[in-house]
Design a protein around this ligand. Structure first.
Ligand SMILES: [Zn+2]
Length: 201
């Protein structure tokens, strides 16, 4: 299943793939990629494991589309994880990694609430902030769970398995996005005399 996600891009290494899927999420804010990566790295460094104690984990079955959510009231915070998604993710990773990728995604949002000064985008407008927050949470959860791939790759693989789209449709979609992201941006850079091409050519 994962193979389909790579087949359209020959000679892709993991880093390129991960960057591409991160750029897909960042859309028009993909120039923030490096700043976001740095922020995520510094949060991982500074947020110690003792923070885990402030967040309890509840696992239960929820409507399928929902992965997990964070709830906070009266100084008590919890993360509820959808067991349906845990089961789906376990096809591609260990049970503990499936739990960690969901938990740490919400943990990242929890840190955004408690420690906004650590997040360089916390004063951005709502839409931009949401886009950066979601991509940051995915990146953070990938690292915390020790996964080789950005979480979107697993979501696409699961979408294929659930027949939300065909392999052909997905491949076509990814190829189009790839060209839109890398070829159009390199053309613009050439037009304006900046650095051309980048590492994806
Ligand atoms: Zn989120």
């Amino acid at each position: 299943m994962m193979k389909v996600l790579f087949s359209w891009l020959p000679d892709a290494d993991d880093e390129r793939l991960n960057d591409f899927f991160l750029c897909l999420d960042l859309a028009s804010h993909r120039n923030e990629c490096d700043a976001l990566k740095k922020t995520v790295a510094s949060i991982r460094e500074r947020c110690l494991s003792q923070d885990l104690q402030q967040l309890s984990i509840i696992e239960k079955e929820l409507p399928f589309s929902q992965h997990a959510f964070l709830e906070s009231s009266k100084g008590y915070s919890s993360v509820t994880i959808n067991t349906r998604w845990l089961n789906e993710y376990q096809e591609y990773m260990s049970a503990n990694q499936a739990r960690m990728v969901h938990f740490s995604h919400e943990q990242y949002h929890y840190y955004e609430q408690c420690l906004p000064a650590m997040f360089y985008y916390s004063n951005e407008k709502r839409i931009k902030r949401r886009i950066l927050a979601e991509a940051g949470a995915k990146l953070y959860s990938q690292y915390e769970a020790g996964l080789p791939y950005y979480p979107s790759l697993y979501d696409f693989a699961i979408g294929l398995k659930q027949k939300n789209y065909t392999e052909h449709e997905l491949t076509q979609y990814l190829e189009e996005k790839y060209h839109a992201i890398y070829h159009e941006s390199s053309r613009k850079e050439n037009e304006f005399g900046g650095q051309s091409a980048g590492e994806f050519h």
